[in-house]
Design a protein around this ligand. Structure first.
Ligand code: PCP
Length: 395
């Protein structure tokens, strides 16, 4: 397969050649200065007002043992454009060749986690499952689904991803089952007879006939055992999904199947989920999350031999991000600044020591703890850019 192994990445082989050449030049002239490099995103995709940091545990794996120091926001921290999320420092030759891999670990995972969090906000407390591994190279499915889960999804579909997180994989039934059996009702009955009790009975109701008739067939076939019906209506038939859901809901309720939930999948994202919330209780989101735009982090030197020094267009010196516990404001501050906000309130400095002299100095949290951290922060957020971010006067 055309993939790099963990060993390749740790060996610094996944590097842009100009980093290797830079190391050769410096070694040739025995130059190995101590530098500090800062990772931040100048802007966020699609004018997102915020994003979710993901990939930190893999950065810890990458930087373990390479003789540098790393300070970083905790995984799952919500951050804004222009805020440094990580600083790595040490002899440049110790970590220079890892810039490509380090950025790659944060850019993609943070994009996935952010769209998952945006879909979480859009879906409210309705179930949200990551169905998108099939849109990406299977070698990275566990990373994608880990970021989807910590970003706010309630479950993931891929067996190995779920195993790695200690979760049960979540899934319903594919069109293939109905086509191979040849009849929807028969497929539903066979699914029920063959599956263990802990597998929720969610029947796919858009394969051969109209959704409402297949939903009624599922209710007839499984009775009270029917947990939900999934509508994955093909685009060519997907006139107004909200009205299709309303009709299915009506027909099921008319016949006493109020307990049956409605799940939707196919072409969903944070923009079209809200219009379905009136009738849907669960969503399967694939492409929008797994193919999320990357957060274009850049890594830039901000200090050389202990002195602030950076390229044009980049503020020099090490920095931190202060989040005031009193007024809630956030500010980028010099790394040595006291954790006191301009309002006088005490603040939280978000970049914390992760690696010191190649040793991981934090007890890295499990994925559920990170997910809870994200959900707590989402409580105070919206999908829309704040008036300040849109340059509009506050209402
Ligand atoms: C796909 C599968 C995924 C859905 C769509 C994700 O449907 O069910 O859950 O869709 P998205 O990427 O647009 O968000 P099919 O491949 O049509 O159906 P299935 O494999 O379930 O038969």
């Amino acid at each position: 397969m055309h993939i790099a192994s963990e060993q390749d990445i740790k060996a610094g082989r996944v590097t842009d050649v100009y980093f290797q050449r830079t190391a050769e030049v410096l070694r040739h002239f025995q130059i190995d200065k101590h530098v500090a490099m800062e990772v931040r995103a100048t802007g966020l995709p699609r004018e997102w007002p915020w994003a979710v940091l993901s990939g930190v545990s893999e950065v810890a794996d990458l930087c373990r043992g390479i003789g540098c120091d790393v300070s970083c926001m905790d995984e799952g921290t919500v951050f804004g454009a222009g805020e440094p999320v990580l600083t790595i420092s040490g002899p440049y030759l110790a970590f220079g060749v890892y810039e490509t891999a380090l950025l790659g670990l944060l850019c993609q995972a943070s994009g996935v986690a952010t769209v998952a969090a945006r879909c979480r906000l859009a879906a409210g407390d309705r179930a949200l499952v990551s169905f998108g591994a099939r849109r990406m190279h299977p070698a990275i499915a566990p990373m994608i689904e880990r970021s989807a889960y910590l970003g706010g999804c309630d479950g993931v579909a891929v067996v190995m991803s779920a195993e790695m997180m200690g979760l049960a994989p979540v899934g319903t039934m594919p069109h293939a089952l109905i086509l191979v059996v040849g009849d929807a009702g028969e497929a539903f009955r066979k699914f029920d007879q063959a599956m263990p009790a802990q597998v929720l009975r969610v029947c796919l109701v858009d394969t051969l006939n109209d959704e409402k008739f297949e939903a009624l067939a599922a209710a007839e076939a499984l009775g009270d055992k029917l947990y939900a019906v999934r509508l994955d209506t093909p685009g060519s038939r997907r006139g107004n999904m909200r009205l299709i859901l309303r009709e299915v809901r009506w027909e099921l309720d008319l016949r006493g199947h109020q307990q049956v939930k409605l799940m939707v999948s196919g072409g969903l994202d944070e923009y079209n989920i809200p219009e379905l919330n009136e009738y849907a209780q669960a969503y399967g989101v694939g492409t929008a999350i797994s193919n999320a735009p990357t957060v274009n982090f850049a890594a830039d030197i901000v200090e050389v031999e202990g002195k602030p020094f950076s390229k044009r267009g980049k503020e020099s010196g090490r920095k931190n991000v202060l989040r005031c516990e009193q007024c809630g404001k956030r500010a980028v501050v010099p790394a040595q600044a006291p954790p006191t906000c301009a309002c006088g309130g005490e603040g939280d400095l978000l970049l914390r020591p992760l690696i010191r002299q190649g040793q991981v100095v934090q007890e890295l949290p499990g994925v559920d703890e990170i997910r809870q951290r994200v959900l707590r922060q989402l409580a105070g957020l919206t999908l829309q850019p704040s008036p300040a971010q849109e340059g509009r006067p506050a209402p």
